[in-house]
Design a protein around this ligand. Structure first.
Ligand SMILES: [Zn+2]
Length: 147
């Protein structure tokens, strides 16, 4: 079996200061394209976690809002520990640009009236959503970015 290193397993989660945006990986494809992965940490590890319904709604909302601000996003997925999201994209983007997009996207969450794609046809667990929770956590994260 091939030896692999998982970047996030090497991160000392006791030493980070959330919320933050961090580069978590970079791959150059055989054809020379750059693929970047970013750690969008919303909650302080081992001190807080976003409830599953709020995280799920944030995933639906940020999937759209981040793509409206950043081109060539491959994926935005919640972390299993529920403290943030991983963002994968094609091409280099500065941490400042990602953070600015995240902050304005979270501000847009606060103004959202409805979570999109929450029917049994469109979602794998349509019953497990909370726009109220998404807004509460978004507000908390935004306050953290201002500090
Ligand atoms: Zn869903």
């Amino acid at each position: 079996m091939k030896e692999v290193e998982v970047e996030s397993f090497k991160l000392d989660h006791r030493k980070v200061d959330a919320p933050y945006v961090r580069e978590a990986g970079k791959i150059i494809t055989p054809s020379g394209d750059v693929i970047k992965k970013y750690d969008l940490r919303l909650m302080q590890p081992n001190q807080g976690a976003i409830s599953t319904a709020a995280l799920h709604s944030l995933e639906h909302l940020l999937a759209k809002y981040m793509r409206q601000r950043i081109d060539n996003i491959i994926d935005l997925s919640p972390m299993g520990c529920r403290t943030g999201f991983y963002l994968s994209k094609i091409g280099e983007t500065s941490l400042e640009t990602i953070e600015e997009a995240l902050v304005t996207s979270l501000q847009e969450v606060l103004a959202t009236k409805e979570v999109q794609a929450t029917t049994a046809k469109e979602c794998g667990n349509y019953r497990d959503h909370s726009l109220f929770g998404a807004k509460e956590y978004a507000q908390q994260v935004l306050a953290g970015f201002k500090e």
